[in-house]
Design a protein around this ligand. Structure first.
Ligand code: G6P
Ligand code: MN
Length: 427
């Protein structure tokens, strides 16, 4: 049966990976209409050309349509895959640089940077939820994915949404390497909040591993961080906490050191990416003109695209497949509220995600995760309503900030810098 899948943010640099993901499930989605949407006309046209060429070269039965308006893209779509960055890299640069001026980690999704991003993302997702068919599934990559998911669930009740992040795939691979285990056979129960998950239960070939024993032998590797991972700090944290931390844990447990490093580095991640993007898009354009395009994997080249398409297939084909996703807690993590949005393993089929009881969060990170959760709830409310006092409370609740005057300064500067994207705060 043929379906329509809308892709909002189809001009994104991550799109070649999504196209590859679609190709890898082309047989399962045969006949689908793919409605590409982006506000950036040129990037939209480029990705439509690239996708059409790649599908033709591999004989994939997809029809691509292009849209700059949301309504026609969403009309009749059973799946709405959202993968845009509101404000693009220019806005991300502000998110990453403003907190740093006040001695706070400037990061795209964690801390005040993530808060400002949430203020831009949430209104767009609320609008998408309003326009999409009531039965459609929103499969969301737009960050901060957990805050966006929480806002949609509470401000557009009845919407079906799953928040995605592929971080756990690469983190599990990093841990396999650190522990000297084969990545393909290693399965970890990552639980917590997006970009704040922890794993105490780990299995190899389905058999539970003795993590304390493994960690006792864990050596701290040399070598520095990449933009995505920092194995040496992760190993240090694992030994201290007695569990596997996710990659973003370093921002919480090495906060001041990271601030010094980010300041010394001098450019933001957004600036670094902006510098490579023109060449990257030019190379995609050149590839799109070839008979069998093989676009660069420089952005979103890993599991990113396949993971999202696999989630759509799991829903559509009732696959009952185990995947780690962001959903309403409802008892999955006993130490967090039922209506919290948590990241947990779930079995995904036609009815949506089926969670299982994972117990409480480990004590060494329970309080921290609770604090991040309260921040996220307040951030979702502030982003949805534009209430400044709630916004201040959100930043004061965040473990990076707390200090009232610091929170006020970041908020003041951040909301002013982004005012063109934040109509909800314009009062
Ligand atoms: C990881 C995170 C994503 C984030 C991305 C940014 O994959 O899980 O949530 O969007 O990093 O990567 P970038 O290359 O844009 O810094
Ligand atoms: Mn992520």
């Amino acid at each position: 049966m043929s379906i329509k899948i809308a892709i909002v943010g189809a001009g994104s640099g991550y799109m070649p990976g999504v196209i590859r993901g679609l190709l890898h499930r082309a047989a399962d989605l045969a006949g689908a209409e793919l409605a590409f949407h982006d506000v950036h006309r040129e990037h939209l046209a480029l990705m439509a050309r690239l996708a059409t060429a790649m599908f033709a070269a591999r004989g994939a039965d997809f029809t691509v349509t292009s849209h700059t308006e949301l309504k026609p893209a969403l009309d009749g779509a059973s799946y709405v895959f959202t993968t845009f960055r509101p404000g693009g890299m220019a806005a991300r640069h502000l998110d990453e640089s403003i907190p740093l001026k006040y001695g706070v980690v400037g990061q795209e999704t964690a801390g005040p940077g993530g808060f400002l991003m949430a203020c831009r993302s949430v209104p767009v997702l609320l609008r998408i939820a309003e326009l999409a068919d009531p039965d459609a599934w929103i499969v969301n990559y737009t960050n901060p994915t957990n805050i966006v998911t929480d806002a949609v669930l509470r401000y557009r009740p009845g919407t079906r949404i799953i928040g995605l992040c592929d971080q756990h795939v690469g983190d599990t691979e990093m841990w396999a390497e650190l522990l000297g285990l084969p990545a393909a056979r290693l399965e970890a129960d990552w639980i917590g909040l997006n970009h704040a998950t922890w794993a105490e239960r780990v299995r190899l070939h389905g058999e539970p591993l003795d993590l304390p024993a493994l960690l006792a032998d864990l050596e701290i590797p040399g070598g520095g961080a990449t933009p995505w991972r920092d194995p040496s700090r992760m190993a240090e944290l694992a030994r201290a906490l007695g569990l596997l931390p996710n990659s973003y844990a370093k921002y919480y447990f090495f906060h001041d050191e990271v601030v010094r490093e980010l300041r010394a580095k001098g450019t933001t991640r957004a600036q670094d990416i902006s510098a490579m993007l023109p060449g990257y898009y030019a190379s995609l354009a050149a590839e799109a003109a070839k008979p069998d395009p093989d676009p660069s994997r420089e952005r979103g080249g890993g599991e990113h695209g396949e993971f999202a398409v696999d989630v759509i297939c799991a829903l559509h084909r009732d696959e009952d497949r185990r995947m780690i996703v962001n959903i309403r807690n409802d008892g999955a993590i006993s130490s967090l509220d039922d209506d919290a949005v948590v990241e947990v393993p779930a079995r995904i089929g036609r009815k949506g995600p089926l969670r299982s009881a994972m117990g409480p969060l480990p004590l060494p990170v329970r309080g921290l995760t609770q604090a991040i959760w309260t921040y996220e709830r307040l951030a979702a409310d502030a982003a949805a309503t534009g209430d400044r006092r709630t916004a201040l409370q959100a930043l004061m609740a965040h473990p990076f900030v707390r200090d009232k005057h610091t929170a006020e300064r970041i908020l003041h500067e951040g909301l002013a810098a982004h005012r063109d994207h934040l109509p909800q705060f314009a009062r």
